[in-house]
Design a protein around this ligand. Structure first.
Ligand code: NAD
Length: 398
């Protein structure tokens, strides 16, 4: 028992600790949200693997698969457990809560906390799937990582968020000082681009699918989906046309190859799902995105279009993954969950507001307060119903 009062600790904007009860409330809300609209399944989902399952889009995928469709889930993620001095990371507490709730509902869940890029983690996950689950109907690939140790060479690749050919200047929120400033990002070298592709491109996804096929752990008709982002023009120099965009293009090439392989070997498919921008630990690290994410929600909300990770993933499952007749793909064969975000009427208002945002009007013209609240919530802080003056158990496990 290591009960303690947990107050938010920040290094700059980032929270360096997490509140176990706040994280649990977040997961409970998602589970309740899914439970309230129990799914009428088309295709059966019995066994689902989620790589990157502890936060953001991966956690939403795990919640929808487990609690929405009753699937057995295996989650892989990389999170810091608690120790004498520090709380665990939010993804660790989210997972503890997921297991507790799954247990109550009698839904099978297994988790592996380790480096998904490594051969050891893949082997361990496959052993757990073979022993406790069965051939997978669905593999969700939702990793977001700044680094990757190459399993063949041991070299640690580091990704960068930079434009490709020219320096790019834009307005952004300096999150630490809460000021609206201009930032100039210098163009990436070829090596930096290659490193980013090595981390966030398709190589590791290919390795997961190859290992699963080799071990005969993919069911007939198995699907695999990896997540991507395109976004509006204001973010293109740093996202779609930047180093991360190159990595996502590589992920799309992997999707086409894996689609052909899965179709031939299992009558299955591999897809890219282009999701909407949401507040996660990964997206907050991208310059320009926090300002965009302060302007986007008010525009979506006033038109009744707003979706968080859970609603996006519910739509993914219902319309594309379990539907007898899946909704149409775009011209490049991708699932588009960003259709509402990219509606012209939403984007034209953001474009019109963008030049006028200043430090002085940041909190009146945009919903920066909402962005901050969402961000802190990711770590279990500022969650309704949690008494932050009370000591809480931080040494949790599953
Ligand atoms: P996130 O930071 O919330 O989650 C990342 C997950 O990856 C966590 O579960 C983390 O534990 C896991 N992880 C990181 N390194 C790992 C490692 N070495 N081994 C095992 N697990 C590891 O990120 P997110 O924003 O949900 O992003 C997930 C995917 O969705 C990414 O491909 C991202 O590009 C895509 N996406 C995100 C957004 C957005 O706005 N957040 C929009 C569209 C697409």
């Amino acid at each position: 028992m290591t009960k303690q009062i947990v107050k938010r600790l920040s290094r700059g904007f980032i929270c360096v600790n997490a509140h176990p009860e706040g994280c649990a409330r977040n997961v409970e809300q998602w589970v309740a949200g899914v439970g309230a609209r129990k799914k009428a399944a088309g295709r059966a989902l019995r066994n689902v693997l989620v790589v990157g399952a502890s936060t953001g889009y991966g956690l939403a995928s795990r919640v929808v698969a487990g609690f929405g469709y009753g699937a057995k889930t295996m989650g892989v993620f990389f999170e810091r457990p608690p120790d004498e001095e520090k709380t665990a990371t939010a993804g660790y507490y989210n997972t503890a809560a997921f297991h507790r709730l799954a247990n109550v509902e009698g839904i099978f869940a297994a988790s592996l906390n380790g480096d998904a890029f490594s051969n050891e983690a893949k082997r361990a996950a496959l052993d757990m799937i073979r022993a406790n689950m069965g051939p997978l109907d669905l593999v969700i690939y939702s990793l977001a990582s700044p680094k990757r140790r190459d399993p063949d060479t041991g070299h640690v690749h580091t990704s960068v968020l930079k434009p490709l050919h020219h320096a790019f200047s834009s307005k952004t929120i300096e999150l630490d000082s809460e000021k609206v400033v201009h930032v100039t990002l210098h163009s990436a070298s070829k090596k930096e681009t290659a490193e980013t592709v090595a981390v966030m491109g398709g190589d590791d996804w290919r390795r997961w699918i190859a290992a699963l096929l080799e071990e005969d752990l993919l069911a007939e008709g198995a699907l695999s989906v990896a997540y991507s982002y395109i976004g509006p023009e204001v973010t293109w120099p740093i996202y779609r046309d930047g180093t991360i965009g190159q990595a996502k293009k590589d992920l799309e090439i992997a999707a086409r190859d894996l689609d052909a392989t899965l179709r031939a070997r299992r009558g299955g498919a591999a897809r890219i799902s282009v999701n909407k921008a949401v507040v996660t630990q990964a997206s907050s690290a991208i310059p320009v995105v926090p300002l965009y994410l302060s302007l986007l929600p008010p525009q979506m909300k006033k038109r009744g279009l707003e979706e968080g990770p859970l609603e996006q993933i519910e739509r993914l499952f219902a319309d594309y993954l379990v539907a007898e007749k899946p909704a149409p793909l775009d011209n490049a064969g991708r699932i588009r969950l960003d259709d509402r975000e990219l509606r012209p009427e939403v984007q034209s208002e953001i474009q019109a507001e963008w030049p006028h945002v200043t430090t002085e009007n940041l909190r009146t013209l945009t919903d920066f307060a909402g962005y901050q609240r969402e961000f802190r919530r990711l770590f279990g802080f500022e969650v309704e119903g949690v008494d932050y003056e009370q000591p809480v158990e931080t040494d949790l496990s599953w």
